[in-house]
Design a protein around this ligand. Structure first.
Ligand code: CUA
Length: 159
């Protein structure tokens, strides 16, 4: 009789734990949605060409003396490529994808985000020194995923 009681107690305790874990996941999904953690902004992925910003990706002056880089990832390219930014000034990347989920990793730095169709991922970094970096897609996106790279050129400005 005692053994059976123990078993019942453990069974209910384990069931309650599982219910609590599942409940946490469901509550996060229902109340916080699933969006890029960096930024909440949507964009129509089926018609990026008509978007005033993503229709012509490139580097523009930013509000804080830095630059804003608008990037579109698409099988199996980044645009623009190469990307040229100034050293020592804030660089805000704004990314989206025209098809599937891609990655955007500036290899050797902590600049790393996902390009998600329908959403704008945004982050700001400052590159202190001039140099060239490899940008790599780090989310498997199809047969030529391994070829999906671009070049980032960081230039010291002449003063
Ligand atoms: Cu794009 Cu992998």
């Amino acid at each position: 009789m005692n053994v059976e009681l123990y078993e019942r107690v453990w069974m209910w305790a384990a069931s309650l734990l599982i219910a609590a874990f599942l409940g946490t996941i469901l509550a996060m999904t229902a109340f916080h949605a699933i969006t890029p953690p960096s930024h909440f902004e949507t964009v129509d992925p089926s018609n990026l060409a008509a978007n005033p910003e993503f229709g012509s990706p490139g580097v523009r002056p930013g509000p804080d003396g830095g630059v804003v880089v608008t990037v579109v990832a698409e099988m199996f390219d980044f645009s623009p490529n190469p990307i040229e930014v100034p050293a020592g000034r804030p660089v805000t990347f704004r990314l989206t994808s025209a098809d599937v989920i891609h990655g955007f990793e500036v290899v050797g730095t902590n600049a790393n985000a996902m390009a998600i169709p329908g959403y704008v991922s945004q982050f700001t970094v400052t590159f202190p020194n001039s140099g060239e970096y490899l940008i790599a897609c780090n989310e498997y996106c199809g047969l030529l995923h391994h070829n999906m790279v671009a070049k980032l050129i960081v230039k010291k400005e002449a003063r």
